[in-house]
Design a protein around this ligand. Sequence first.
Ligand code: FNR
Length: 340
Amino acid sequence: MIADRKDDHVRHAVNQHRHGANDFDSVTFIHHALAGLDRQDVSLGVDFAGKHWETPLFINGMTGGSRQTGEINRQLAIAARETGIPLASGSMSAFFRDISVADTYRVLRQENPHGFVMANVNATATLDQARRAIDLLEADALQIHLNAVQEIVMPEGDRSFGSWPRQIEHITANVPVPVIVKEVGFGLSRQTVTWLREAGVAVADVGGRGGTNFARIENDRRSAADFAFIEGWGQSTPNCLLDCAGVVGLDLAASGGLRSPLDVARALALGANATGVAGVFLETLVRQDTAALVGMIRTWLDQLRDILTVLGARTPADLAGCDLLLTGEVATFCQLRGID
Ligand code: FNR
């Protein structure tokens, strides 16, 4: 049952159109013709989740739990290893129910023994389950995903979310690795991120609207799209970043709708410390192969370095000082939320 759902998610996610317009198009860098610097002086390194990363880009949590998704995880892990970027597992709930699928997740570490690997659980996981997930992957960090909207749209989904804050606090206080709390495409608000900081969470991944749309995926899995009205729910990733910019004391990751190295640069300029990509990388892997994904990630990192060079940013952190023009719905959001 879970295995079928995992395969369904991949199939529908790959077929989702994700190259159209989104709110990142409303974020424009002001070009300063004399700001550029020598490309050799640019470093893509960032301090993130308590470690130094060589790149501000990671493969976000997607899958595992079935034969097919185990193979996808194997290929994602090879791509991460070959390009040196961190990666996350998909939800490990299937492993808690059936230990025989452990290898479909463990492969992330086996193929990538020295990389930064993140385990992934939902917010109803027990502390024991969170520890088992970390142990299985010898994980460097733990992602806890928040997916209330997706659960509501799934006929077989969870309907009890009241214990989530308590569980997050309990897990965060008792696991040996940094905790990253993430949305899956509907966004984190300033209020939520402030709460996460108080709970001791190391990273909030805003996981905003604009890319993979789980309400649509769940609607597509059924003949009657009962929840079509909810497909536009949530805040876009640029709006989340602007909303959370003043929250200090934890790192921010940006994911949701990053389509290009320019979107990565925009997200970093809007205050993200690192950026995660799921759907676009999955689509490349499934429609083409591992070599194509490796090539894509290398190109993104090369072009990100080019963008930093033109903008005069020696590091991704320097992008936070760039001049930006905000238009369209992003400008309206800022105005209505009272963001300068
Ligand atoms: C996801 N995502 C996800 N996230 C998570 O924390 N646990 C999970 O199990 C999954 N499963 C999953 C399956 C598939 C097929 C996709 C494409 C995505 C969500 C993912 O990490 C990310 O937050 C969103 O997909 C938004 O990013 P993109 O896809 O717009 O780059």
